[in-house]
Design a protein around this ligand. Structure first.
Ligand code: AMP
Ligand code: MG
Length: 345
């Protein structure tokens, strides 16, 4: 009888210990993320996923980003974009077609500030192969007529595309946002309710933090180091995507002048309107990415007008070269900064 009691007690203690260790595992899973980090789309990516299904979900998302990279990169020979660029025409997969449609819509809506046919100009400046150089005005004027989305012949029913002679498409201004939307979708479909996705500093969030507070996303100081922030936006379930002239650039040895990678399609030169960065906050990553590039080219005033016409779709933070900050009205409640800022209404 005493033996039976001892056995029972031992079993009870063992079960209790097991239960404790399981529940500790669960809490750990909830509070510490499963993280994958890797290099894709020419940049460093990190996905932090919380909850029980974090590992499978994060790994599935990583695999999908690598697939999209192959499809959309200008240098991946078997992908849609590289093929279309070398043959000038072809049939697109559903994803590439969706991205092209979005790009053409942005071209229309922004009066050509966003132009996916910017490829030949990117090549001319050396942003494609890293052989940076300042092109002559003759070279630029030869290539500039190729930057014109009007010349793309796109048939949405069959997803066929024909580029104008010599044209090349470049999804660099929008592909990361497309990939972060897809990542968020994969995670949500796997039942994940809390995740932080950073594709080269462009952040997309799933839900809030595990403790249900909002994610605090830093906006980089264009004049500071990679770790210095001039403001924070608190968000959940949204994308926070920045285009900045400090992200990719080269300095001309002769003149000491800096040339960055966001091109004004009207003259083929790096956009030079006094802006240092534009951050877009939106439910849609692809829209945020496309618009961060577009509004960078449009500048503060035209960018503010664009927001007034589309204020239901996104909010924006503009930072100028001389350190001024402008935020759109919808960010007032979730924007914090030690610096002064003006609200666009
Ligand atoms: P982002 O960092 O999202 O602003 O994207 C910049 C990238 O977009 C560049 O590296 C180019 O690949 C591409 N790009 C540059 N200028 C434009 C433009 N005006 N319209 C569309 N894409 C552009
Ligand atoms: Mg962009």
């Amino acid at each position: 009888m005493i033996k039976a009691w001892i056995k029972f007690l031992a079993a009870a203690v063992f079960s209790l210990l097991l239960l404790c260790s399981c529940s500790r595992d669960m809490t750990e899973q909830e509070n510490s993320p499963y993280t994958v980090s890797f290099f894709a789309m020419d940049t460093y990516m990190e996905i932090r996923v919380y909850g029980e299904r974090a590992k499978e979900a994060a790994e599935a998302a990583q695999a999908e980003i690598l697939r999209l990279d192959g499809l959309l990169s200008v240098s991946s020979e078997s992908g849609d974009v590289a093929k279309i660029n070398s043959f000038g025409e072809g049939k697109l997969s559903g994803d590439t077609a969706a991205l092209l449609e979005m790009s053409l819509e942005l071209y229309e809506n922004t009066g050509g500030a966003f132009d996916v046919t910017v490829g030949p100009v990117m090549e001319l400046w050396g942003f494609r192969d890293g052989n940076y150089r300042v092109p002559s005005s003759e070279e630029l004027s030869q290539v500039l007529p190729l930057v014109d989305s009007e010349k793309i012949d796109y048939g949405s029913a069959e997803r066929t595309v024909k580029l104008g002679e010599g044209q090349k498409i470049d999804f660099g201004g929008i592909a990361k946002g497309f990939a972060s939307d897809r990542t968020a979708e994969i995670l949500r479909n796997a039942g994940v309710s809390s995740a932080w996705i950073s594709l080269g500093g462009n952040v997309q969030t799933v839900g809030g933090k595990p403790d249900h507070s909002r994610w605090r996303i830093g906006i980089r100081d264009p004049k500071g180091s990679a770790e210095s922030y001039l403001a924070v936006v608190s968000v959940e379930n949204q994308a926070v995507i920045t285009s900045g002239n400090y992200e990719r650039y080269f300095i001309d040895e002769e003149t000491g002048k800096r040339y960055h990678h966001i091109i004004d399609p009207s003259d083929g030169l790096p956009s030079d309107n006094g802006l240092a960065s534009v951050t877009i906050v939106s439910d849609s990553g692809v829209l945020a990415d496309g618009l961060s590039t577009s509004l960078f080219v449009l500048g503060v005033e035209k960018g503010a007008d664009y927001w007034r016409e589309h204020r239901g779709e996104f909010q924006a933070v503009f930072v100028t070269e001389d350190g001024k900050i402008y935020i759109t009205e919808g960010l007032e409640a979730c924007f914090t900064s030690d610096r002064e800022y003006e609200v666009i209404r």
